[in-house]
Design a protein around this ligand. Structure first.
Ligand SMILES: [Cu+2]
Length: 104
């Protein structure tokens, strides 16, 4: 029997686990503002942190779950690995703050 057939059948029946919910979510920092200020995501999703400013920012979780450094005019990606409602801010500009709701 043609071995590939089993794979096709298994895929068709949904027997092979594909991370169906994994998504890429973009969060933009521009003119000292984080947008969107609040967004929902899931564990396993990738956050694409886009810094459009000419100076560095950070995305620093108040609970210590993540601390992402964003050089000027750069995009950095990170994968969410823990659920929770996380408030985060920029260490250099503490008025820059937002909330990330991470569902399991
Ligand atoms: Cu900043």
């Amino acid at each position: 029997m043609w071995p590939g057939r089993h794979l096709v059948l298994a895929l068709a029946l949904g027997l092979i686990a594909v991370p169906a919910h994994a998504a890429t979510i973009q969060i933009v920092m521009e003119n000292l503002v984080v947008a969107p200020a609040e967004i929902s995501a899931r564990v396993g999703d990738t956050i694409e942190w886009v810094n459009k400013d000419v100076f560095a920012h950070t995305a620093t979780a108040r609970n210590g779950d993540f601390d992402v450094n964003l050089p000027p005019k750069k995009t950095v990606t990170s994968v969410l690995n823990k659920a929770g409602t996380v408030e985060y801010y920029c260490r250099f500009h503490p008025n820059m703050k937002a909330v990330l709701k991470i569902e399991p």
